[in-house]
Design a protein around this ligand. Structure first.
Ligand code: PMV
Length: 378
C-alpha cells in the first residue's frame, strides 16, 4: 500500500517535470520562430532586388591623374555629356543564404572586374552597417550587361559602376542623395561619379572625399547635340585607365596641362550654357589631342591609336573643311567619338560608314539620369 503511494507520487512529480520542460521548450521555440519571422520581415522591408540602367558618358574635359589614389580624388575637374545610347544595366539582390558575392558581367564571371565590384559592395555594406540596416555581412548576386563593347575605351566602367552603386544601395535599403551616390560611385570608378547624374555634368575635383562629386549644370534637352561613336575595333584595350592615371604625372606636359585646366573647364561650361557648338567642338578636339600627348609622353609611353583611329580623325577634319560642324574626341582607346549637330547627323554617319576601318556607328544624344527598372536581369 505504502509502496504504491510512493510510486504514484514519484510518477506525478515526473509528469509535472515533463510538462514543465515541454512548455518551456515550446516557449523558446515560439520565441525563436518569432525572431526569425521578425528578421525576415526586416530584410523584406529594406532589401529588395533592384535594377538600374545608367548611360555612359563622353568627357569633354578629361579626368586624367589622381591626387589621392585610394579615394580616387582626381588631379583636375572634368566635364562630360551623358550618352543616351550607351547603356549598362545591373540587377542586384542581397540574399541571406549566399556565402559570398556572385558577380556576372556580360554573361561571364571575370575575376578582375568581379573583385573591383566586390570591393565596391564592401563599401556599401560598411555604409549599411553604419546606418544600422545590417549588423553582419550579407552577400549579393549581381548581374550586369552593357549594350556596347566594354574595355574598348567607351567608359563602360563609368556607366557600370554608376548602375552598380545605385542598384546595390537601394537593394540593401539605403536611401542616398545624388551627391552621396556620386561620392560613393567615384570610389568604384572615377567617371562613374558623373554617370549617376543626367545631361551635362561637372565633376568638382575637391580636396576631400566629401568635396569630390559630380553635378549636372545643364539638362539633356538644353543643348541638342549628337555623339557618334565610330567603332574601329572591339579589341580589349591593353591599358586599364587605373594604370594610366598612375602614369599621368610622369609626362613632361602634365604640369602645363594642370596650369590651364580651370580656364578650359570654364570655357567648356560657358560654351554649353550658351549653346555655342563651334567653340565647344574646337576646345573638345584640342583637349583630346592634349590628353593623348600626355599619354604619348608618359613613362613608359602609351600609344593607343590604331590606323583606323587616325583615318576617322582625318575624315572628321576633312568634312569640317567643307563647312560641316563636326569634331572628334577620344578616351583611353582607339574608338572615336564624333560630335555634331542633329541636322548633320545623317551626313556625318554616311561619311563615317564609308571609311574602310569603321565597323559600326553608335549614335547618342545627351542622356538623362539613370533609371530604376521594374524588369530584372534574373
Ligand atoms: O573613370 P576611369 O578611371 O575609367 O577614367 C576615365 C578616363 C577618361 O575616360 C580618359 C577621361 C574621363 O574623364 O572620362
Amino acid at each position: 500500500m505504502r509502496r504504491a503511494y510512493v510510486w504514484k507520487t514519484k510518477f506525478r512529480a515526473r509528469d509535472r517535470l515533463n510538462k514543465y520542460i515541454f512548455s518551456r521548450a515550446q516557449m523558446s521555440l515560439n520565441l525563436v520562430f518569432q525572431n526569425v519571422l521578425y528578421l525576415i520581415k526586416q530584410i523584406e522591408k529594406n532589401m529588395k532586388k533592384t535594377t538600374v540602367q545608367a548611360g555612359s558618358d563622353i568627357a569633354f574635359v578629361k579626368y586624367w591623374g589622381k591626387k589621392d589614389k585610394i579615394l580616387r580624388l582626381p588631379s583636375n575637374g572634368s566635364i562630360s555629356m551623358i550618352l543616351d545610347s550607351l547603356q549598362s544595366k545591373t540587377t542586384v539582390e542581397f540574399l541571406p543564404n549566399l556565402a559570398k558575392d556572385e558577380i556576372i558581367i556580360g554573361g561571364e564571371v571575370e575575376e578582375g572586374e568581379a573583385s573591383r565590384a566586390i570591393k565596391h559592395l564592401d563599401r556599401i555594406r560598411t555604409l549599411a552597417k553604419e546606418k544600422g540596416l545590417i549588423d553582419k555581412d550579407i552577400f549579393a548576386k549581381v548581374v550586369s550587361e552593357n549594350n556596347f563593347p566594354k574595355s574598348t575605351g567607351l567608359s563602360s566602367s563609368g556607366s557600370g559602376f554608376a548602375a552598380l552603386t545605385m542598384a546595390a544601395t537601394k537593394a540593401i535599403g539605403l536611401d542616398l542623395s545624388e551627391k552621396e551616390l556620386s561620392i560613393l560611385a567615384r570610389q568604384g570608378s572615377g567617371s562613374a561619379c558623373r554617370c549617376v547624374c543626367g545631361g551635362f555634368v561637372e565633376w568638382l575635383d575637391g580636396e576631400t572625399s566629401e568635396e569630390s562629386y559630380a553635378q549636372s549644370f545643364a539638362k539633356s534637352e538644353d543643348f541638342d547635340i549628337r555623339d557618334l561613336v565610330a567603332i574601329v575595333s572591339e579589341d580589349k584595350k591593353n591599358l586599364s585607365s587605373s594604370d594610366g592615371h598612375d602614369l599621368a604625372e610622369s609626362s613632361l606636359f602634365f604640369k602645363a596641362r594642370q596650369e590651364k585646366i580651370d580656364t578650359k573647364l570654364a570655357a567648356v561650361k560657358r560654351a554649353i550654357l550658351q549653346k555655342d557648338f563651334e567653340t565647344l567642338g574646337e576646345i573638345v578636339e584640342a583637349e583630346a589631342l592634349e590628353f593623348h600627348s600626355i599619354l604619348l609622353t608618359s613613362q613608359p609611353t602609351i600609344l593607343l591609336f590604331y590606323p583606323g583611329t587616325i583615318e576617322v580623325m582625318q575624315a572628321v577634319r576633312q568634312l569640317r573643311k567643307t563647312g560641316v560642324p563636326v569634331y572628334f574626341t577620344i578616351n583611353t582607346g582607339f574608338n572615336v567619338h564624333i560630335l555634331t549637330l542633329p541636322q548633320y547627323e545623317k551626313q556625318v554617319a554616311a561619311v563615317l560608314q564609308n571609311l574602310p576601318s569603321v565597323q559600326k556607328i553608335i549614335i547618342s544624344g545627351a542622356g538623362n539620369q539613370p533609371e530604376y527598372l521594374e524588369k530584372h536581369l534574373f
